[in-house]
Design a protein around this ligand. Structure first.
Ligand SMILES: Nc1ncnc2c1ncn2[C@@H]1O[C@H](COP(=O)(O)OP(=O)(O)OP(=O)(O)O)[C@@H](O)[C@H]1O
Ligand SMILES: [Mg+2]
Length: 322
């Protein structure tokens, strides 16, 4: 059975960035089909919302997907042997979406994450992030786009052990050249919103795992990145604390932030609006019921011969739904 179509959403200009005047509603097509044709253009009449001073015929700026991977392949080379681990990936994420990439060990999740996070480049195909073709950038430019557009959250928190909570959160602002008092004010405010107002001076070792992850999330958000990129963010947490972190992700998403979360746990993936499955380097849109089906068997699915040619039928078989 094909996945049910999803209703398009309206996004505010604040969610969509600076392309249109503030307060303008922008129509974005986020139908369940992951990848509209490359030439698709989304336009929407201003109608009653047209700002004063604009002509009758003015239309909203076209808003491209925030993340757009097209026919992307990634190979590793060992002793001149090529091992292709991502195969012809088509992956689009619109502004404001919360998407999970769900897959078993060895399926290519970290490889995807590294490319999404501008830490690595594809072997072929294209990756556009916020309208920038990442493969065409120098290493310094990649670092720049990484710092400005992406907030990373890792399984192991990766806080600096000698810095307290507030100093950890201030770090990206130091790199961005923000002055000390402004850094302090913003980090204090964000940590307080995360429920850590009484832990500002605690070192990571003086915080629980859930508290450390909240500090790491605050650090990821402090620069106002376009996308929060999370790799197994609950992997080191117990179930209850993991659920609290997912609740926080839900709140961050509700405020308009785009989130891409990588996980091997179907229950965690369920917290996203949309789930994309990765098996043996092939990406497939998956409906949320299928992703959590008790018959789901990663081990055999990952090596299922039908996966060489990923079709909807094949993915349904692997999900045990056929
Ligand atoms: N630098 C590398 N050189 C060669 N092969 C690699 C390299 N990095 C990853 N691979 C291979 O690419 C495939 C995908 O690896 P990747 O780390 O992306 O998987 P993963 O889904 O993140 O797994 P896990 O859940 O265990 O972290 C694996 O077969 C792995 O052995
Ligand atoms: Mg990995």
């Amino acid at each position: 059975m094909p996945p049910a179509p999803r209703r398009p959403r309206n996004h505010t200009a604040a969610e969509a960035g600076h392309l249109v005047p503030e307060g303008t509603l922008i129509y974005l097509d986020v139908s369940f089909t992951a990848c509209p044709a490359p030439s698709t253009v989304h336009e929407h009449d201003y109608g009653d919302r047209r700002p004063s001073g604009r002509s009758e015929t003015t239309r909203a700026a076209v808003v491209a997907p925030l993340i757009e991977m097209r026919d992307l392949c990634k190979s590793y080379f060992l002793d001149s042997e090529e091992l292709e681990v991502l195969h012809h990936v088509e992956f689009l994420v619109e502004q404001g979406e919360f998407v999970s990439i769900l897959g078993p060990s060895g399926s290519g999740k970290s490889t995807m994450m590294n490319i999404l996070g501008c830490l690595d480049v594809p072997t072929s195909g294209t990756y556009n992030l916020a309208g920038t073709l990442v493969g065409s950038l120098s290493r310094a430019e990649q670092a720049q786009i990484r710092n400005s557009e992406i907030g990373f959250v890792f399984q192991s928190f990766q806080l600096l052990p000698r810095l307290n909570a507030i100093e950890n959160v201030e770090l990206p602002l130091i790199y961005a050249g923000v002055g000390a008092s402004e850094r302090h004010r913003r980090a204090t405010e964000l940590l307080t919103r995360m429920g850590l107002g009484d832990k500002l001076r605690n070192l990571p070792t003086q915080l629980s795992g859930g508290q450390q992850q909240r500090v790491a999330i605050a650090r990821a958000l402090i620069n106002g990145p376009s996308v929060l990129l999370a790799d197994e963010p609950t992997g080191a947490l117990d179930q209850k604390t993991g659920a609290q972190v997912m609740e926080l992700f839900g709140e961050i998403h509700a405020e308009g932030k785009t989130i891409v979360m990588i996980t091997h746990e179907p229950e965690i993936a369920q917290h996203a609006e949309r789930i994309v499955t990765i098996l043996d380097g092939y990406l497939t849109e998956t409906d949320k019921v299928a992703a959590i089906a008790p018959t789901h068997d990663w081990a055999s699915a990952a090596h299922h011969p039908s996966h060489a040619a990923p079709t909807e039928d094949a993915s349904l078989q692997q999900e045990g739904r056929s």
